[in-house]
Write a protein that binds this ligand. Structure first.
Ligand code: AHG
Ligand code: MN
Ligand code: MN
Ligand code: MN
Length: 341
């Protein structure tokens, strides 16, 4: 057979992880954790693709800690990820958008040194209308000597992540992963049931002419955001003279995947609708993992003022404003906010 060099695509996720372990970039437990999460994403992909035939659409009839009505798939994907990770012995605890507080691995199982956070189903509002959704995950180390982790042990800045990524359940199912050595994409081969590397060392173009924001909130934005978008629409930012195009899927994983693939700037700013909420997206399992993936692909991610990965979290489900994508455009949008201070 063909002997693929270690810098080519076409290799399996398993081989990529073995090579990262050989290079000292991941240890055996982290490799197992990523394989387990990938396997859980395969199961979620299978459930999502059944749609109306799988009795997985519609509301679960319960609310989550965010005050959102849970979809059946929110609950199912959350359970799939919990069950997949319990027995492996690689995790000390896990936390999720759909759990009020973190959950320690039950004492019947051995515990490991990692903490896993996830948004089990991102883009829930799109499930019932058959638009791409996804799963977002983030891995932190459990502080030494902590055997019963609590929420506080999860409150580490994004720079402490040892791995992060997402799986987008779209026309194809694509797992995008970083362990701190570049960002790579793996497409699910459904016949063999395995993820195959289809992009290595993804690079986000530094300039863009495509922005992603929910414009319906415009009248609630703070002045810097309004000024930035007005100037963007007037052709005053980005590579001179060209109009911007707009895309807003309302599934963060789909918008971020498009930006990783062809550039762009994704923005969910804070707004005056709820001054207590500094934005809609959650820092620990949406903004931070996406920021790690984006930075490892040569992009940038801020909250309008500072680098997202530097933020010291204070609450497990805290929200944050997000500006991420093509480095130069994120810098322009961030400057509008910094200069307004
Ligand atoms: P989730 O479905 O996990 O709650 O996340 C939804 C988020 C994110 O995926 C997306 O970018 C954003 O909500 C869309 O917000 P709007 O519906 O306000 O546009
Ligand atoms: Mn939700
Ligand atoms: Mn989400
Ligand atoms: Mn979600």
């Amino acid at each position: 057979g063909t002997h693929r060099g270690t810098r080519e695509t076409g290799i399996s996720l398993t081989r990529y992880l073995i090579e990262e372990q050989r290079a000292g970039h991941v240890c055996a437990d982290l490799r197992l954790l990523i394989e387990v999460v990938a396997r859980a994403c395969k199961s979620i992909s299978h459930a999502v693709s059944k749609g109306a035939l799988g009795n997985v659409l519609g509301d679960a009839g319960t609310d989550n800690v965010q005050g959102e009505a849970q979809k059946k798939l929110d609950v199912l994907s959350n359970e799939i990820l919990i069950e997949a990770n319990e027995w492996g012995g690689h995790l000390a605890a896990l936390a999720s958008e759909e759990m009020d507080h973190c959950q320690a691995i039950p004492n019947v199982y051995p515990k490991g040194n990692y903490l896993l956070l996830f948004d089990p189903l991102d883009g829930s509002s799109n499930i019932d209308v058959n638009i791409s959704v996804g799963t977002i995950f983030s891995v932190l180390r459990c502080p030494d000597g902590v055997t019963q982790p609590t929420d506080e042990h999860f409150l580490q800045p994004g720079t402490a992540q040892v791995a992060a990524g997402y799986t987008v359940y779209g026309p194809s199912t694509v797992l995008v992963l970083t362990v701190g050595h570049g960002t790579h994409a793996f497409t699910l081969d459904r016949e063999q049931g395995g993820f195959v590397m289809t992009q290595r060392d993804i690079r986000i173009p530094e300039e863009t002419q495509e922005f992603a924001v929910n414009m319906s909130n415009m009248r609630h934005w703070y002045p810097p955001m309004r000024r930035y978008v007005e100037d963007l629409l007037a052709g005053k930012t980005g590579p001179r003279g060209k109009d911007f195009n707009m895309r807003w899927v309302a599934s963060m994983v789909a918008d971020v995947h498009r930006i990783l693939t062809r550039g762009g700037i994704f923005i969910y700013p804070r707004d005056t609708k709820d001054p207590d909420k500094p934005g809609k997206l959650r820092l620990m399992y949406e903004a931070n993992p996406m920021a790690f993936v984006v930075e490892q692909a040569g992009g940038a991610a801020t909250n309008g003022y500072e680098r997202l990965l530097d933020i010291q979290p204070s609450k497990l489900h805290q929200r944050v404003a997000v500006f991420l994508g093509s480095k130069n455009e994120v810098a322009v949008a961030t400057r509008y906010h910094r200069e307004a201070q």
